[in-house]
Write a protein that binds this ligand. Structure first.
Ligand code: FAD
Length: 392
């Protein structure tokens, strides 16, 4: 990897920095974004408008579809700078997952109906893959879509659906041929979340937030024209991606910034955090700081491969596994720093510690090693594809 930017990359980095400096004014008091990608609040709306106007909502999409048409290295620099500025990405599932699939497999009519709404942030999409009996092994899904004239009739249940309570549409996989081998009897459908028979039940995480949901389908009629690609080919369609950079550099930068935040807090509130009298805490902090650098270099490895036209495989699993587990160790460090005070939820007042964010953050970090493929699944990939170990 060449660590220094080329002159062209450096000019691009400056352009992104200048944009962020002039246009990004922060989100909340504490920099947090309510509801993340599904946030419809005024500040998020304003920020989204600025990114839309600049044409940077979908960095990887081809220009002919309203994307920025950036190469992986340019996307990497953009993602790195957004993370450095603490500026949230605005695209969500629509830009990252559904849009690319629609561009490759959609009919002209389907593209016309949906792409513009994704780009301008008017329509929010959620992802209906997981079911109570199908998570790591999604192909075991049981939600049924039975053809009836020009519609499919949908019955079944999805679970852990992030943002379903805010979403306008869901892209999802349903079983259309129960007799075929499991990967070959699945179709890819677009479901209007306001259609009769769709109901959403929010789930509360142990951190107290309602980010994901159960979604039930009871005789929901989905027009056949809302199927993407051929019937029973949905599994293969669901794996389509565009040339997104997959380095997770945003999370590597975020990890380092969290540690910097801890340092700033310790300096500002020496009575809450005393590094001087707790050598063990200093060592713990130093270990996490080194690991944050490792996370960054793992990200660099992935983007270097992509920039060379190679497709990262177990290397992305290493990045995901390492960053998500490190995130948990860093939350644990935060709790060690604050002691019992870290559990307090008070945002302000004499007993408040770090705006009451540490406890929920610590609990929230647990989900990172489950979402997007569990640590065990990542380890399987690394063992089999990276180390060449046998399957059983
Ligand atoms: C915060 C969050 C957001 C999510 N958002 C969405 C979303 O928007 N849409 C969506 O469709 N899903 C979403 N999910 C679901 C997520 O994709 C699944 O939780 C994940 O794939 C694991 O599936 P599962 O929960 O069914 O666990 P299981 O697959 O049942 O796994 C249970 C345990 O068994 C282990 N295990 C399973 N298979 C193997 C194996 N072959 N080898 C070794 N160990 C194994 C797992 O690692 C785990 O520890 C979200 C999950 C979280 C936590």
């Amino acid at each position: 990897m060449e660590f220094a930017d080329t002159p062209t990359e450096s000019a691009w980095r400056n352009e992104v920095r200048t944009f962020l400096k002039n246009e990004y004014t922060g989100m909340g008091e504490d920099g947090s974004v309510e509801g993340g990608l599904f946030d419809r609040g005024e500040r998020m709306k304003e920020w989204r408008c600025r990114v839309v106007k600049k044409g940077w909502v979908a960095p990887a999409w081809p220009k002919e579809y309203g994307g920025a048409g950036l190469g992986v290295k340019e996307q990497f620099i953009m993602n790195e700078e957004f993370a450095e500025a603490g500026a949230p990405q605005v695209g969500g599932f629509g830009v990252m997952m559904f849009g690319p699939t629609l561009i490759v497999h959609g009919t002209e009519e389907q593209k016309k109906e949906h792409l513009a709404g994704i780009l301008n942030g008017e329509t929010l999409w959620c992802q209906g893959w997981s079911e109570p009996g199908a998570g790591s092994d999604v192909a075991s899904l049981q939600t049924r879509a039975v053809r009836d004239g020009d519609d499919y009739v949908l019955n079944g249940q999805k679970i852990w659906t992030t943002g379903a309570q805010h979403a306008d549409w869901m892209y999802m996989l349903a079983r259309t041929d129960p007799d075929a081998p499991k990967h070959r009897g699945i179709s890819y459908l677009m479901v209007d979340m306001k259609a009769p028979g769709v109901s959403v039940r929010p789930l509360t995480t142990m951190a107290g937030s309602q980010t994901f949901n159960e979604v039930f389908f009871e005789n929901v009629r989905v027009p056949v024209r809302n199927r993407l690609g051929e019937e029973n080919r949905g599994w293969y369609i669901g794996t389509t991606t565009l040339d997104f950079e997959r380095s997770s550099i945003g999370s590597a930068v975020g990890i380092r910034k969290t540690l910097e935040g801890y340092l700033k807090y310790a300096a500002a509130f020496p009575s809450h955090v005393t590094f001087s009298t707790r050598p063990q805490l200093r060592l713990e902090f130093a270990d996490r700081w080194i690991e944050a650098q490792v996370a960054k270099f793992l990200s660099y490895r992935v983007v270097t491969m992509q920039a060379r036209g190679e497709i990262p495989n177990y290397e992305s699993s290493m990045t995901k596994l390492y960053a998500s587990e490190l995130g948990q160790r860093i939350s644990a460090l935060g709790m060690h720093m604050l002691g019992l005070g870290g559990q307090l939820l008070a945002r302000k007042g004499p007993h408040a510690r770090m705006g009451g964010r540490m406890g929920p953050g610590y609990l929230g970090a647990v989900s990172a090693t489950i979402a997007g493929g569990t640590s065990e699944i990542q380890r399987n990939i690394i063992a089999q594809r990276g180390l060449g170990l046998p399957r059983d």
